[in-house]
Design a protein around this ligand. Structure first.
Ligand code: NAD
Length: 380
């Protein structure tokens, strides 16, 4: 059996981590299944490489190919600084309706962590990926659009806003929130997880963040009636998923102090952006944090770190994020034996303390190796 994976190499350290990750993922498949199964990698152009070859950062052909695909993977892409340039990542998420950003956070033995019991950290964040302030509906201070909106609010609704304000919209819909929470609940059911926590700022933004909380409970009630229990009714109940909610600022404290009480987290776009990076920092940083953006048809795995321009081309980058993306992909298609081989290899190399510089600085007595050697050790 062969599965096709489209890939975008990425900018900066992207090519290095992609080149390190693919052979390791291939090797795990071969070790697990011999010649019976294989991944076929097909490159798509995006970012600086695409610009050099086609004059466009995100060619239509790339979007078309992704639209018809089941599996894809990408290295990080630079967002060129300049007015009017939209992040390629955000554009792809919006265009392909990749509405769920899913990031597991798991501890590898031996890494220094800012939390007391990092071995208890085992969470997965489901972040809504297309709505919220990331919808990109904003107008600069002093523009006719911003003034018009403020005048409408002032004159029609009696709201007192300074005319010089920049203006942004935070659109959040019941449908958009519900499909994300549904995915989180489905994951909890399939994986036998103990809880799903809805994270929001509904105390301040009642109709957007508060809406998310309300719609989240609605999905649980309407679609998972037999499988969940609310936190307040959960005393003495076993075998059900506890659905609870936390206000985002309190949640940041909770995951540091009581990580063992949280398992699946479902949250809005901006909260999810912050909390997934903060959680990654508990378990070794972005170099070891995999992620996937999902639509109803496409699972698009991506390194969660950026292009790290200051270390690009120096054989210093940690390819761990993309390699663990590979393990997620293999689990997603049911090739669990191959995924387990990647996790085992990662466990072994990290516990042997032979790691890239980003991890070596977080481990006592570690030996620093380059991207290539780290990859070789993992693939051995
Ligand atoms: P960054 O993640 O590139 O770098 C932050 C820090 O982490 C730097 O010190 C960097 O050296 C280090 N780092 C990151 N990945 C590493 C790895 N794999 N191994 C070792 N060290 C690593 O974030 P940034 O500096 O804010 O952004 C740089 C560029 O990346 C920007 O153009 C930004 O738009 C882009 N970016 C892209 C994505 C994406 O494509 N998903 C995500 C974040 C940032």
């Amino acid at each position: 059996m062969q599965k096709t994976v489209l890939f975008i190499e990425g900018d900066g350290i992207g090519a290095e981590v992609t080149r390190a990750a693919q052979p390791i993922i291939n090797k795990a498949v071969e070790k697990a299944y011999g010649k019976e199964r294989a991944l076929e990698w097909k490159e798509l152009l995006a970012g600086e490489k695409a610009f050099k070859e086609t004059g466009e950062y995100l060619p239509q052909s790339t979007l078309d190919a992704l639209r018809g695909a089941e599996l894809a993977m990408k290295g990080p892409l630079t967002t060129p600084v300049g007015k009017g340039f939209r992040s390629l990542n955000v554009t792809m998420r919006q265009t392909l309706d990749l509405y769920a950003c899913i990031r597991p956070i798991r501890y590898f033995d031996g890494i220094m962590s800012p939390v007391k019991r990092p071995d208890l950290v085992d969470m997965i964040v489901f972040r809504e990926n297309t709505e919220d302030v990331y919808a990109g509906i904003e107008y600069a201070s002093g523009t006719p659009e911003a003034r018009k909106i403020i005048e409408f609010f002032r004159d029609q609704l009696g709201v007192n806003v300074d005319l010089s304000a920049g203006v942004g919209l935070k659109p959040m819909t019941p449908a958009g929130s519900k499909r994300l929470v549904r995915k989180a609940l489905q994951h909890a059911v399939a994986q036998g997880k103990s809880s799903v926590t809805l994270v929001h700022k509904g105390n301040i933004m009642k109709y957007t963040e508060g809406g998310f909380r309300e719609w989240g409970y609605e999905v649980a009630r309407d679609e998972f009636a037999d499988q969940f229990v609310t936190e307040k009714d959960s005393a003495g109940v076993t075998g059900k998923i506890v659905v609870k909610d936390r206000i985002a600022d309190a949640m940041f404290q909770e995951v540091l102090i009581r990580p063992e009480q949280y398992s699946v987290i479902a949250t809005t776009n901006l909260n999810g952006d912050y909390i997934s990076d903060a959680l990654a920092a508990q378990v070794g940083g972005l170099g070891l944090a995999p992620g996937v953006n999902m639509s109803d048809t496409l699972a698009f795995y991506e390194a969660t770190h950026g292009t790290a321009p200051t270390i690009a081309g120096q054989d210093k980058a940690n390819p761990g994020s993309l390699i663990l993306c590979g393990a997620m992909l293999l689990d997603h298609i049911g090739w669990h034996e191959a995924a387990a081989l990647i996790h085992n290899a990662m466990n072994k190399v990290i516990s042997d303390k032979t790691v890239t510089v980003d991890l070596a600085t977080q481990m006592e007595g570690a030996r620093t190796v380059g991207t290539t050697e780290f990859g070789d050790l993992l693939g051995a």
